[in-house]
Design a protein around this ligand. Structure first.
Ligand SMILES: Cc1cc2nc3c(=O)[nH]c(=O)nc-3n(C[C@H](O)[C@H](O)[C@H](O)COP(=O)(O)OP(=O)(O)OC[C@H]3O[C@@H](n4cnc5c(N)ncnc54)[C@H](O)[C@@H]3O)c2cc1C
Length: 835
């Protein structure tokens, strides 16, 4: 009995995470009471004392325990992944927030729910409702991409004059000083109108000279450049990528050699810079080129030893020797993008962002700023695509009839519509939660990486599904097409700001496991420091804390899996409680798997990218489900959003289960797989994906007018003009919805009437058929004159919305004449290698 009580007590203590010392004292009390009650033998008492003694040595710091942890320290040094300079700098950059809670295995939901919600100020909302809407109304994406290959001049002027380039610049420098929420909302809305315009606006506000100067610039640099950047007098770009170094940006060969040179008729110390960059957004027209280079000082001209890491400089484009102007055409999107190069271009030290003392600190500067921009731009653009697809594809599915029924009624089509709506809710929720995090001053390194890769991946799924639903109408290019342009742009978002494969399989879990772990950073720091008493003490504390944490997660994973999460507490009045419980359960399993991966795979984790990728998927599921619940709670748990939040969380839970299952089945250390299976899935894989009933409900939220459709698609730019690609479909949807009862009445009358034999085969949407049908309806008093007019107008709009473009041969000849076939630029920049 005593033994069983002790086991039960230990499980409860580990589960609720009492202090190890308290647990041990509790066990001792149970032992003493047990020995007294049941008259233990001397041998039992001695054995119990020995076990207690060993436990006491491990629980309270003492020289013996120090010796144990000291030996483990040596082992840890070998187990730790070897980190490059850039990786170790990246690990230290940014902050840990909700991602840390998920890694802890015991997320505190109340903390999440009480955090600041996504919100715009009145001034920001006015900007979205005013200049942003106006800009959108000026954009005709077909004309921009097929005829002009550029944004029209008035659009460029409007963007500059209305401060679109200065959204992140502080108000005191003339910028807008907008919150991340406003920045995200702006990019999202513009992207629903034109990807080219959205990218043009988002790049100067993302990773670039403005953001870098604001955080790291000298006062003189800030005073000079920030007002010019905010007003659009300077167009910036930032060039990191070079031909031989894409994802491995730390390997750029571009160099700046410290040397003496002439500047303003004086001899000064500066840099002779050689670079050859490609894919650089805005480079063809930039007036201020931000560059990442490596600095060398072969002649020892600087007074201090320099760190040979990356350095960020900015070079005015009119500096002698700067090459720019040639353009790439990324997936036929026409935002300005192209190469830039220069050979031995002399610049003064003032051109180093932050001045001479920031030489070699570029990587950490980029990582910190990247985490901010990356959390905003592409997640917003991806959400914009999701909203756009929900709005247009839902409407199109409702008005398109085949086999005598709206295609929205076919289960097969609903299966494709379901993720369009569900994923859009997830993307939007995660975008909002992360933007609100930024507005609390957090630099979310891991959330920004996972948000970027997951939102752009989901965007790809959503747009592909939308293409399938809209089918031929989506495939035929032309001014009527409302999907093809965003479809074409998908691979760009997947590739930029950290290509998705690399981000998922290397960065998110690889960095997160270390960065967000409650003890690992302290262990790593101790393991990489010079040995000293202080270091040993620090490691000892972290290691034994880690051990208790790991044991607790093992216990929680098993107990919560067995109890279906019912033992955890869900926050009160916060919506569907079972979702919180299931997420707590999977968070514990995820945290346990993290510890076991670190302990058994250790330094090899970097190479085990498939394990890392599956674990990243689990984290993504936890993060996106949390975001969906947070948003639902922030919005007051309205009933009409319940299907969306249920779908999102169930889908995430199912994905987490499958990702953990994949990690266990393929765990690199085979002998532990059965144990992991018992600890994570003692009752087997029991989490189901959203069922068909819920799926249909979610699909119908976007094919029917209502609060859910309005909330889901909030923030899309809507032009109601019937000659607009989107306006045409929305107009038809609206009129069709309003005339639905009338068309039903007519169909019923036709079906029930013997006299209607001659018109039974007629299609209401076809112009000539419609006239006959409506005539019949009038003659037979089925519909009033006013009703006939309403139905006629609605059906004409539907007919028009179903049409695609066709071009006369002359149009193709004109295109061939002005096409790019003869204007392809063969770029031959010098090979950058000056060291
Ligand atoms: C339209 C466009 C705009 C851009 N704008 C800018 C800009 O303004 N400034 C700028 O500096 N750069 C810019 N880029 C560059 C962009 O950031 C790079 O394209 C990106 O970093 C990937 O480099 P890469 O294309 O050379 O792919 P590669 O590095 O060749 O990668 C190829 C594939 O291998 C994967 N991969 C690479 N290494 C690993 C690894 N260790 N583990 C697992 N997978 C790996 C990648 O995920 C990718 O799928 C832009 C690119 C494009 C296309």
């Amino acid at each position: 009995m005593t033994f069983l009580t002790m086991i039960l007590f230990s499980i409860v203590a580990l589960y609720i995470r009492t202090k190890p010392s308290v647990t041990l004292i509790g066990l001792a009390v149970i032992g003493v009471l047990g020995s007294w009650w049941s008259d233990w033998s001397v041998l039992t008492i001695i054995s119990a004392l020995i076990v207690f003694g060993i436990a006491a040595v491990l629980v309270w710091p003492n020289p013996l325990r120090r010796n144990i942890s000291g030996s483990i320290l040596g082992w840890v040094r070998n187990q730790l992944p070897t980190l490059s300079d850039t990786e170790s700098q990246a690990l230290k950059s940014g902050d840990v927030d909700w991602d840390g809670e998920l890694f802890s295995g015991k997320p505190n939901w109340n903390n999440l729910l009480k955090e600041k919600r996504f919100q715009l100020t009145a001034e920001e909302q006015a900007f979205i409702d005013g200049p942003v809407n106006q800009l959108c109304s000026m954009l005709d994406d077909w004309k921009i991409t097929k005829e002009d290959y550029d944004l029209p001049k008035p659009v460029w002027e409007f963007i500059r004059n209305n401060g679109f380039f200065g959204m992140v610049v502080d108000k005191k420098y003339g910028g807008k000083g907008f919150s991340a929420a406003a920045h995200s909302e702006t990019v999202m809305k513009i992207s629903t109108r034109s990807v080219t315009a959205a990218v043009t606006v988002m790049v100067p506000n993302s990773l670039g000279p403005a953001e870098l100067l604001q955080h790291y610039g000298t006062q003189a640099q800030k005073d000079h450049y920030l007002p010019r950047l905010a007003s659009g007098a300077e167009i910036p770009c930032f060039a990191l990528t070079s031909a031989m170094a894409g994802s491995d940006a730390g390997a750029i060969p571009d160099e700046g050699v410290v040397c003496k040179g002439q500047w303003n008729n004086q001899e000064v110390i500066g840099l002779r810079v050689t670079w050859n960059k490609r894919y650089i957004t805005l480079a063809p027209i930039a007036t201020l080129i931000g560059l990442a280079i490596k600095v060398v000082d072969p002649d020892g001209l600087l007074s201090v030893d320099i760190n040979r890491g990356i350095t960020c400089v900015m070079i005015p484009a009119d500096t002698e020797g700067v090459h720019q102007g040639a353009r790439h055409l990324p997936m036929n999107q026409v935002f300005m993008n192209g190469p830039t190069w220069g050979n031995d271009v002399f610049i003064p030290m003032d051109y180093i962002i932050g001045g001479e003392q920031m030489i070699g600190n570029g990587w950490i500067m980029l990582m910190e700023c990247l985490s901010v921009g990356r959390a905003i731009s592409l997640p917003a653009l991806a959400t914009g695509a999701g909203k756009h697809c929900s709005l247009t594809t839902g409407a199109y599915a409702a008005i398109r009839t085949q086999f005598g029924r709206s295609i929205a009624d076919f289960e097969g089509v609903q299966e494709a519509l379901e993720p369009i709506a569900g994923y859009t809710y997830m993307m939007d929720s995660a975008r909002r939660m992360t933007a609100a995090m930024l507005d609390r001053g957090i630099k979310p390194t891991i959330p920004s990486a996972l948000l970027k890769f997951r939102n752009t991946d989901l965007m790809r799924e959503v747009v592909n599904d939308a293409m399938d639903v809209v089918a031929g109408r989506a495939v035929i290019s032309g001014p009527r097409n409302f999907l093809a342009r965003v479809y074409q742009s998908l691979p760009i978002s997947i590739t930029v700001e950290g290509a998705n494969i690399l981000t998922r399989s290397l960065m998110v879990f690889g960095q997160g496991a270390v960065r967000c772990h409650p003890f690992l950073i302290q262990e790593i720091e101790a393991a990489s420091a010079e040995p000293s008493d202080e270091v040993y003490a620090k490691f000892d504390k972290a290691f034994f804390g880690h051990l208790a944490h790991a044991l607790s997660n093992v216990t929680r994973s098993f107990v919560l899996a067995l109890s279906f999460g019912l033992l955890t507490r869900a926050p009160g009045d916060s919506g569907p409680k079972q979702h919180y419980r299931q997420l707590s359960r999977y968070s514990a399993s995820f945290a346990m798997m993290t510890d076991i991966s670190l302990a058994l795979v250790g330094g090899e984790l970097k190479a085990k990218q498939r394990l890392s990728g599956s674990m990243a998927d689990s984290l993504v599921g936890l993060y996106f489900a949390s975001a969906s619940l947070k948003r639902f709670n922030d919005e007051g748990c309205p009933d009409y959003l319940l299907p969306l939040v249920d779908w999102s969380v169930q889908k995430c839970l199912y994905d987490i289960q499958m990702a953990l299952d994949d990690s266990i089945r393929n765990f690199p250390v085979a002998w532990i797989r059965p144990l992991l299976r018992v600890l994570v899935f003692p009752l087997g894989l029991r989490t189901s994906a959203p069922n068909h009933v819920l799926g249909t409900e979610v699909a119908q939220l976007i094919t029917r007018a209502g609060h859910a459709r309005d909330t889901l698609t909030q923030g899309v730019y809507i032009n109601n003009r019937p000659d607009d690609a989107v306006g045409r479909v929305l107009n038809a949807f609206k009129l069709n919805t309003a005339a639905y009862e009338l068309s039903k009445k007519l169909h019923l009358a036709v079906r029930n009437s013997d006299e209607a034999d001659g018109i039974k085969h007629l299609e209401l949407q076809l112009e000539d058929h419609r006239a006959l049908l409506l005539d019949w309806a009038k003659k037979n008093g089925v519909l009033s004159t006013q009703e006939i007019q309403q139905l006629d107008t609605a059906m004409a709009a539907v007919y028009d919305a179903l049409q695609v473009d066709a071009f006369e041969p002359e149009a193709f000849e004109a295109t061939q004449r002005s096409g790019l076939s003869e204007a392809v630029v063969e770029q031959q920049p010098p090979v950058a290698n000056v060291s």
